[in-house]
Design a protein around this ligand. Structure first.
Ligand code: 5AD
Ligand code: SF4
Length: 488
């Protein structure tokens, strides 16, 4: 137990394991005449996406390339980076593992690796041991930096390797290989783990105690990203507002301001904020810097003060609405999104009405809505007497969804006629010649380029990462449309 810093010696062990795996894969590839490949499946949140970027970085250093499904070949290593936040993720994992059994029959070299938050849940590891003996390696998210060493062990001993510990590691991310998956958007974790223990949530068990990265190391990483031409950065953590640096001497507003001062970045985003920790200063910074996203993700979870207490969320709706009102008055063009759980144990119709009321009062621009799912080991999972019947949950969920869908549509309609600054994400999947991007308020926009603004020889994807202005002329339920006015 406890928080352990990953040392340069640990990184040396990692590099040595990578070098030896590179030799091994090169030798085996020349024996069989084809290169070794990997396939990675990432479930869940952006922190998992960020972990996968590190795992891909390690794969690349081992000399592996991503398997191309069009080649008709099966990969040599399949890695599943799992999520444990809600139940359906488990169903998908165990379903997928069944499928990989067939792949293993075709490719005897196949190594199956399972990592991520689900691997900190004993039941899941036990199920793998019992029912999926052909899984080669299991490790938990805290052991990420040890992946090369564990993979080497697994290839050597040729039986299932399970490495799930109780330590919470913190590595200097600048020392770990990382293969960023997006051309212009960089994910930058600033802290790991969570200390909040909301009673429904598995994250504190899966990701361990909250630990902040060293301030200077984050700033160094940001400078490197700016030099490399990244335009959008996403500061990530379960509760970014309680960021303190590894010495406890820093604050989130200090870090956010330092990032916003880097003019190379066109857009700075952060996720997630806990209502109890979001300071007015953060809203001030969002209002003051042009490169700050004007979108706040502020999970409310429930509109009932009574349920918030049982959820161990230490704020009430009056306090929550104070933050919402402050944000709306300081940043009138901004947007607020939220997370809401329906059917938490003991939720009465009155509690649920409270949720509908807060949604109406806050006029959320968008919301992620979830049906409560009991997570093993959490306090709420033991409240079995208070579980809400499934049909009641789905009925309430339907009412919430209808309300929120209308508000999301309204929020999109309110953009019509405005000229918005868009960070271009590339070609839209909706139709050729249409680009897609996001407003500062994180609204998704599909737009055309008038002939007069088209640059000869430039393909749609060359626009990726550039800023432009777009006149909004139409709203849809989940996106808005417009026409480019100028390329910035
Ligand atoms: N059941 C349903 N939703 C959950 N979330 C977290 N744990 C659970 C659970 N047990 C939701 C919360 C959180 C989001 C990431 O997932 O709303 O903010
Ligand atoms: Fe889970 Fe609550 Fe931590 Fe968010 S703040 S990760 S909901 S325990």
């Amino acid at each position: 137990m406890g928080i352990i810093k990953v040392t340069s010696d640990d990184i040396k062990v990692q590099s040595e394991a990578i070098a030896s795996l590179r030799d091994y894969f090169t030798m085996r590839a020349s024996e069989r005449g084809t290169a070794f490949t990997y396939d990675i499946h990432t479930y869940g949140c952006q922190l998992n996406e960020s972990d996968s970027e590190k795992l891909i970085g390690m794969f690349q250093q081992m000399g592996l390339t991503e398997n191309d499904p069009a080649s008709g070949k099966e990969p040599d290593i399949v890695l599943l980076n799992t999520c444990a936040v809600r139940e359906n993720a488990e169903d998908r994992l165990f379903g997928n593992l069944g499928e990989f059994k067939k792949v293993k029959k075709v490719n005897k070299d196949l190594t199956i690796v399972v990592c991520g938050c689900m691997m900190k849940v004993e039941e899941n590891v036990a199920r793998i041991k019992k029912s999926f003996p052909y899984v080669d390696l299991v490790f938990d998210p805290q052991q990420l930096h040890r992946f090369p060493e564990l993979l080497k062990d697994s290839l050597n001993i040729k039986k299932q390797v399970i490495n799930v510990g109780t330590e919470d590691y913190i590595a200097d991310d600048s020392l770990v290989p990382i293969a960023r998956q997006r051309k212009f958007r960089a994910l930058v974790p600033i802290m790991y783990g969570c200390n909040n223990f909301c009673t429904y949530c598995i994250v504190p068990y899966a990701r361990g105690r909250e630990r902040s990265r060293d301030f200077d190391s984050i700033i160094e990483e940001l400078k490197t990203l700016a030099d490399q031409g990244y335009k959008e950065i996403m500061l990530l953590g379960q509760n970014v507002n309680s960021y303190a640096g590894d010495d406890g001497k820093h604050t989130f507003p200090e870090l956010l301001r330092a990032a916003a001062e880097m003019k190379e970045f066109s857009r700075i985003r952060f996720m997630s904020s806990h209502p109890k920790d979001l300071s007015d200063e953060v809203i001030d910074i969002m209002a003051s810097y042009k490169n700050m996203e004007t979108h706040l993700h502020l999970p409310v979870q429930s509109g009932s003060d009574r349920l918030l207490k049982i959820m161990n969320r230490p704020y009430n709706i009056e306090q929550y609405m104070r933050t919402v009102d402050l944000f709306r008055s300081r940043i009138p063009d901004g947007a607020i999104s939220t997370d809401i759980i329906v059917g938490f144990p003991g939720e009465t119709e009155e509690d649920f009405q409270g949720t509908l009321d807060v949604v109406k009062a806050a006029r959320f621009d968008s919301a992620f809505t979830f049906q409560y799912s009991p997570r093993p080991g959490t306090k709420a999972a033991a409240m079995t007497d208070d579980f809400i019947p499934h049909d009641v949950v789905t009925e309430r969920f339907g009412r919430l969804l209808e309300l929120q869908n209308n508000l999301t549509f309204e929020s999109n309609k309110a953009r019509i006629g405005k000229v918005e600054e868009i960070l271009i994400e590339g070609e839209s999947s909706t139709a050729p010649d249409i680009l897609t991007g996001r407003t500062r308020s994180n609204h998704l926009v599909n737009f055309t380029i008038p002939e007069s603004l088209k640059i000869p020889g430039m393909t749609a994807n060359d626009y990726e990462g550039r800023l432009c202005t777009v006149k909004i002329d139409n709203a849809r339920p989940y996106s808005i449309d417009g026409v480019m006015e100028s390329l910035l």
